[in-house]
Design a protein. Structure first.
Length: 760
């Protein structure tokens, strides 16, 4: 395989490759940018805040190195995280210095590592034409190894084990460096053996995966110091983009290459490190000065994107993080609205207000759909916005993933429900007959097709007949018969059970939920949340048939949304993007910050959640609206909510709070005065205080329900709660009670959901 980096040969020493003239691009830089560009001696850390022009600094610095003849093009290494970023940087550098830019070692970490590895593959027992396996190939290879080890792929999914192995590689851990205890009981305690077998098998195949590219580079440098010395001397200047997102392997690789000349310039923003879940180590940027003594640190704080109010709110919010190097964004602009903080009743109203606000901006010619974005913390939040936008005809597109009803897990769940409603739906039946895996392979499905064609009946009816014969044998027959029995039972439930409860039963009894619960990939929890949101959505329709018809009509109305569409995405997907108007819904405790991140990572998880909030706010150029709901239906249950601590942490002078009447006592309205702290402080960080009910909370009859004054409960009073039983009031704060229940323990609940014991 040819090396794409070798399309431009390295010129011989003395060959003229320099442009005849350099335009006066240095004059276009502000003071901070120019300081970062001209600091060419020794290590440099450029802390580039959101919207401060980091790409301009990177390209100008690279161009200056070449303009000053401090290094020849092939003596400069510039690494990025994405091919898009690499292309953009090469285009910009080419515009500044001409054809010489083609000889720069510029590309992603993986591309540069692959280039080095191909040149020295023999050192590690590989051939230079090695194959780079994609994700599907990795899974297929691991399945072969699991089968050889007599391990059940259903119990220990290859995709899950591949994710664990990849995380080890991201941390620079070859099999001999993995702590046995860290492998735990995965694959019956044999995951380390599988890792060894996987690496050996790839070597036999002359193949590597993406994790190996950096890992093998580290092994190469350790095995042949002369190779390392060659590249240490060659790369006089190293430039790194998005340094806060580097993992351990990338960090070690960069440190080794920079040891000789020490002219490494890393550009990043510790306040935008939001990818710990995929291996990024924010500590890499935080300890830069310790790793490179005498380093110059330049802070880029002049923002060219957002208004002063947006920057003020974001800066004070992120200042609450202790693990940061510190900077404060500012702008020369003096215009713009305050950050709108809007309290609403529930998620449905949240979506309605967003749609109405966008339409209002469009009517006033102040925005187009393409200039607006909805940024959510969890993927399941998109459903209500998608359905509202479809209802009012507002064009939208989901960035970074499929629309809600197009997600694989949702399509699978809908296929089960379609078979219940219409057994002759062959497309739906074929989709889920072996999903999750139950031993019904392609050969069995072909038998069903042959029998169905011969008898002119559907696959479902063919399966019903064949499981009573000996034509299908073994595990396939047993599993298929169990599935057909289950479908008959589920269909019988339609008469007397609510259809959303049937859906939950089907997902559990089919094994679909269990398969996702066993899946340890980063995507699995989100897929489970999406399924729970699906069940929630179904409850809003009178029947199963009515819901399926609604979905069919929704999908029929989905067209190829162009660029002039509202962007809907997660906060993670929004990094690097910007919009005139940004809506940030769901800023409530129990949703954002996300409890799973805090449970798994403690204080570090909370700080990453706060960085996500910072990223969301700084996507906005002109307007930002933060929203929280008093009640949100999550996982099929209505939960009363309090505003996220992040709402409280934004400074009063930069926000304008507007709340529906009766929802948030003490909340500041747009008319001024007060604050949101009163509504959010008392139960900060707790998730067990909220009520849980499958019925929607009252709206019109009790407008002051959520934070109405206490109904006369006092400390020591005996009370009764429908879910938790009898208990004793320990503390009272407004309408929120802390109660020691006799059997359920200490809980925090709303007074509207308890009664005094003497009243019973």
């Amino acid at each position: 395989m040819s090396d794409p980096f070798d399309l431009v040969d390295e010129p011989s020493p003395g060959e003229a490759v320099w442009p005849a003239a350099i335009p006066p691009w240095l004059a276009a830089l502000n003071t901070g940018q120019r300081t970062a560009v001209e600091a060419l001696d020794g290590p440099v850390l450029v802390l580039a805040g959101a919207g401060t022009g980091k790409t301009r600094v990177l390209t100008a610095r690279l161009a200056l190195v070449m303009h000053e003849r401090l290094a020849r093009p092939w003596e400069v290494l510039a690494v990025t995280f994405t091919n898009k970023a690499a292309r953009e940087m090469r285009e910009r550098v080419s515009a500044l210095v001409g054809p010489a830019a083609e000889a720069v070692w510029l590309g992603t970490f993986h591309a540069i590592a692959a280039r080095i590895l191909r040149r020295h593959a023999e050192v590690l027992g590989l051939s230079p034409d090695f194959t780079i396996l994609d994700a599907d190939d990795q899974i297929r290879l691991l399945k072969q190894i699991l089968e050889a080890e007599n391990l059940d792929d259903k119990r220990w999914p290859a995709r899950v084990l591949a994710g664990v192995i990849q995380r080890w590689k991201d941390r620079g851990l070859t099999p001999d460096k993995v702590n046995v205890a860290e492998a735990g009981d995965l694959a019956v305690g044999r995951l380390l053996d599988i890792y060894v077998a996987y690496q050996e098998r790839m070597k036999t195949l002359n193949a590597v995966d993406f994790g190996d590219l950096l890992l093998h580079n580290l092994a190469l440098f350790a095995a042949d110091p002369a190779v390392l010395e060659k590249y240490q001397h060659q790369f006089r200047y190293i430039l790194v983009d998005e340094y806060q997102d580097t993992n351990v392997s990338q960090y070690l690789w960069l440190r080794l290459l920079a040891q000789h000349h020490s002219n490494i310039a890393c550009v990043g923003d510790d306040d935008q490190s939001i990818y710990a879940w995929r291996g990024a180590e924010v500590g890499n940027i935080l300890r830069f000065e310790a790793d490179f003594p005498g380093a110059t640190v330049v802070r880029l704080e002049q923002n060219y994107r957002s208004t002063p109010h947006i920057l003020g709110a974001a800066s004070q919010l992120i200042a609450k993080n202790e693990g940061r190097l510190g900077k404060t964004l500012w702008t020369e602009r003096n215009d713009g609205e305050k950050v709108h903080v809007r309290g609403v009743w529930d998620g449905e109203e949240e979506a309605r207000i967003v749609a109405e606000t966008i339409e209002s901006l469009m009517r006033r010619k102040e925005a187009t759909p393409g200039e607006c974005a909805v940024l959510v913390r969890a993927g399941f939040q998109t459903r209500e916005f998608e359905e509202r936008f479809l209802l009012v005809g507002l064009p939208y597109r989901v960035i970074g993933g499929p629309r809600f009803y197009e997600r694989q897990e949702i399509r699978d769940a809908l296929a089960y429900l379609r078979v219940i409603a219409q057994p002759d739906d062959d497309l739906a039946f074929e989709r889920i007959v072996n999903r999750p895996r139950r031993g019904v392979g392609d050969a069995t499905v072909q038998q069903l097709y042959r029998h169905g064609r011969a008898r002119q009946i559907s696959l479902y009816r063919a399966a019903t007949e064949l499981v009573e014969t000996d034509e299908i044998t073994g595990r396939a027959r047993k599993s298929l018969k169990e599935l057909m029995t289950s479908f008959a039972r589920w269909r019988a439930m339609v008469v007397g059970m609510p259809h959303h409860e049937i859906a939950a039963t089907v997902l559990d009894e089919s094994g679909y939920t269990g398969a996702l619960q066993a899946d340890r990939s980063p995507e699995a929890p989100g897929r489970l949340e999406n399924l729970k949101e699906l069940v929630t959505a179904m409850a809003e329709f009178p029947s199963l048939g009515g819901f399926l018809e609604h979905v069919a009509l929704v999908m029929e109305n989905v067209d190829g949304a162009g660029h002039d569409s509202v962007s809907v995405m997660t906060l993670h997907a929004s990094k690097g993007l910007e919009f005139d108007t940004v809506f940030l819904p769901g800023w409530e405790e129990g949703l954002f910050p996300h409890p799973r991140n805090m449970e798994e990572n403690g204080a570090a998880g909370l700080e990453e959640e706060r960085r996500l909030a910072y990223v969301g706010l700084t996507r906005a150029r002109r307007r930002a609206m933060v929203m929280f709901a008093a009640n949100r239906r999550i996982h099929g249950q209505w939960n009363a909510s309090i505003p996220s601590r992040f709402v409280e942490e934004m400074p009063p002078e930069h926000i304008a709070v507007e709340s529906e009447p009766g929802l948030w006592s003490g909340a500041r309205t747009s008319a001024g005065g007060g604050g949101v702290a009163h509504a959010a402080t008392a139960f900060r960080g707790r998730r067990d205080w909220a009520f849980a009910s499958t019925a929607p909370p009252p709206r019109d009859t009790e407008p002051g329900l959520v934070l109405a004054p206490s109904r006369g409960f006092t400390t020591g009073a005996r009370v009764f709660h429908q879910k938790f039983g009898y208990g004793k009031v320990l503390a009272v704060d407004d309408n929120r009670l802390e109660i020691a229940f006799d059997k359920a323990g200490v809980k925090k609940v709303l007074d509207s959901f308890v009664v005094k014991a003497e009243a019973l």
